[in-house]
Write a protein that binds this ligand. Structure first.
Ligand code: FE2
Ligand code: FE2
Length: 293
């Protein structure tokens, strides 16, 4: 998202709070409705823009992990999806939030394009897990990105029906699972010599697994299983609940990680664009959690 395209009633989120432009060529800005804005059309526009870019990136990450020697056809398909969602993202940015009377049509245009990509992720995830496909995309990466696409489709349909409010139980259940999986992806993409970081990534994943049911019991078991990680995050963010505290901590961790990857300070096979992608998803989780009732 270019700063020039930001509608006046939206907030812009940068890696460092208060900046007006990206700090590097990899950073993408996140544009979301102001905290008190519940207009479904504003949310539909912002979430559609966020999702279209995220989906274009999923397609690009698949292509990076599909050498032509083993998956030429699947790679070409991925690159076509990338073009589709990049074009959609541009179109959403140019047209701005839809009038309320056009909200349903606006959403339908996007969800119709998401459906074939969900089907692709399901089909290739099955092929990869049964050994018919031998790409470098893990089955869990196909599932993870499919769950995100399915959730964007649900969210946009809710917005088309005029419902912009987030349900805390759904937000926590969905995003804690996503954060857990990100942490495990990172653990497996780090250089095997990055022993301490790999351990941090695995314990972070375990904390989010325990926090997923958003209960006192979940917090206690997170504390019992990964005391260092949970106490560390509560010490850094003492005034908020355990889930919010953990999300703040993982957002800080991902922001630092993407900077260190860009600077070559971490040894890994993590593309900086993937690191920024998971950072923006953590940011979206935090923003939804603040709005959730
Ligand atoms: Fe994603
Ligand atoms: Fe993700």
């Amino acid at each position: 998202m270019q700063a020039s395209r930001v509608p006046a009633n939206m907030d812009v989120f940068t890696r460092s709070p208060g900046m007006t432009k990206p700090e590097s060529s990899v950073e993408k800005l996140v544009v979301l409705p102001k905290m008190d804005d519940q207009d479904p059309a504003d949310h539909a526009w912002a979430d559609a823009s966020f999702a279209a870019d995220i989906l274009a990136e999923h397609a690009f990450f698949f292509a990076l992990l599909m050498p032509v020697e083993v998956a030429a056809k699947e790679r070409a398909e991925a690159l076509r999806f990338r073009e589709t969602f990049s074009a959609l993202h541009d179109q959403i940015g140019t047209q701005g939030p839809p009038p309320r009377s056009e909200l349903k049509g606006f959403v339908a245009n996007i969800t119709e394009q998401i459906k074939p990509f969900i089907e692709y992720k399901a089909r290739l995830g099955e092929a990869q897990s049964t050994g018919q496909l031998r790409s470098l995309v893990w089955p869990l990466f196909f599932d993870h990105t499919r769950h995100e696409a399915e959730r964007w489709e649900r969210r946009l349909n809710d917005l088309a029906n005029g419902e912009s409010a987030f349900d805390r139980t759904e937000v926590v259940k969905f995003w804690t699972n996503i954060m857990d999986e990100h942490a495990r992806f990172v653990a497996h993409l780090l250089d095997p010599d990055e022993v301490a970081l790999i351990e941090t990534a695995f314990s972070t994943g375990a904390v989010f697994r325990d926090l997923g049911d958003d209960s006192v019991g979940g917090t206690l078991s997170a504390l019992a299983n990964e005391p260092g990680t949970v106490v560390g995050s509560l010490v850094q963010n003492p005034d908020v609940d355990a889930v919010m505290s953990a999300v703040n901590t993982i957002l800080d961790f991902k922001t630092q990680t993407v900077r260190d990857i860009e600077a070559g300070k971490i040894k890994s096979i993590i593309d900086p664009r993937l690191a920024d992608h998971v950072r923006r998803e953590a940011l979206k989780f935090l923003n939804e959690l603040k709005r959730a009732v």
